[in-house]
Design a protein around this ligand. Structure first.
Ligand code: KG4
Ligand code: ZN
Length: 342
């Protein structure tokens, strides 16, 4: 990165994300991301899910080197920072505490303000990192490992959840299906990959009948579990022999559940500014199907770059930038929360 110009110098933020199993740091100057460094924890691969205690310890190991790397890549010195931002929730409390404590200590040492950011709002605001940016109001389908939401976004921090999952999140549906198919955690990317050479219509699973804009994925997981048990009784090698078709068919079912609710929301809100965010929005089949619907329904579709879909500190920095502009700071007594709503 080049040296900062006088103009870029006017707002420089360091943001830290540590809500789950990614330790990430990003530097933003005047609304532009200068660095976005991510240490992904491989420690959970064998467990079929994130182990909170292991995650906290890994954040402790990763946070100093990742912040150093982000500052160096951005070519920004500590004394050039105007504020420090951190994810205050929702997430794993031990993991959040590592990021929050680090941010508080650094802000105190540098005598600069502290900005707290809601992780789910940040996923939505990732759309303001690059052009083209959505126009308000827009609908955002936020699909991650812990959440599945349709958010009606009227302004940067005026967001309403109009639909959400009643049980598992879409990412969990991917991860749990992957575990049933003998794939390592996190299973979403593995299913996405294997499904590319599978038939999405080979097996069909029931779509849940949930009224309004809410979602449910636990029935699908159970249907897949019972189906696999039945088939394995007949042929013990059923999964190995059909893995790609199973991945493609399960992925198709998850994506259709998401798409149908998004279509319903777009009609209900008469909105054709449509965005997707969160780790699952990296899914190539979801992106393809969304592009087809956008064409049919005249949607303006906004999909962030993959590195801004999965957990990253750039989205925290972006959200923090809009808070900085209105002096929305928090005191040193702030503490993160595992559960947090808009
Ligand atoms: O937003 P995120 O990185 O972390 C949370 O805040 O949860 O989302 C992680 C989730 C995991 O469940 C992971 O399997 C899923 O996103 N994921 C994917 C893909 N990449 C990540 N799911 C389907 N296809 C992908 N390509
Ligand atoms: Zn996330």
């Amino acid at each position: 990165m080049t040296n900062l110009t006088q103009n870029e110098r006017s707002v420089c933020l360091l943001a830290i994300e540590s809500s789950c199993d990614e330790t990430s740091a990003s530097v933003l100057c005047n609304g532009k991301i200068r660095s976005n460094c991510i240490a992904s924890q491989k420690e959970h691969a064998g467990f079929g899910g994130v182990i909170p205690e292991i995650a906290s310890r890994a954040h402790m190991r990763n946070i100093v080197p990742i912040v150093d790397e982000a500052m160096q890549k951005a070519n920004v010195r500590k004394d050039q920072l105007d504020a420090i931002a951190f994810t205050s929730g929702p997430g794993l409390i031990g993991s959040l505490l590592v990021g929050a404590s680090f941010a508080k200590a650094m802000a105190l040492a540098l005598n600069i303000p502290l900005i707290s950011v809601n992780h789910m709002q940040a996923h939505v605001l990732a759309h303001f990192i690059d052009d083209p940016k959505p126009y308000f109001p827009f609908l955002c389908l936020t699909v991650s490992g812990g959440h599945t939401q349709i958010v009606y976004v009227e302004d940067y921090f005026e967001m309403k959840i109009v639909g959400q999952t009643l049980d598992d999140a879409a990412g969990e549906a991917f991860d749990k299906t992957a575990t049933l198919l003998g794939l390592p955690y996190p299973g979403g990317p593995a299913i996405d990959d294997l499904a590319k050479s599978g038939n999405p219509f080979r097996f069909s699973f029931p779509e849940p009948k949930i009224a309004d804009l809410n979602f449910s994925f636990s029935g699908l997981k159970t249907a897949i579990l019972y189906f696999l048990q039945k088939e394995k009784n007949k042929n013990p090698d059923f999964i190995e022999e059909n893995r790609n078709d199973l991945c493609a068919s399960a992925q198709h079912s998850i994506v259709i559940i998401l798409l149908n609710k998004l279509l319903k929301a777009a009609k209900q809100f008469r909105c054709n500014e449509i965005a997707i965010a969160g780790g699952v929005s990296a899914n190539s089949y979801l992106r393809k199907k969304l592009a087809e619907e956008a064409e049919k329904n005249n949607w303006h579709l906004y999909i962030p770059k993959t590195e801004y879909c999965t957990d990253n500190a750039a989205m925290i920095a972006m959200a923090a930038y809009y808070k900085f502009l209105v002096n929305d700071f928090v005191p040193q007594t702030v503490s993160p929360s595992a559960r947090m709503y808009f």
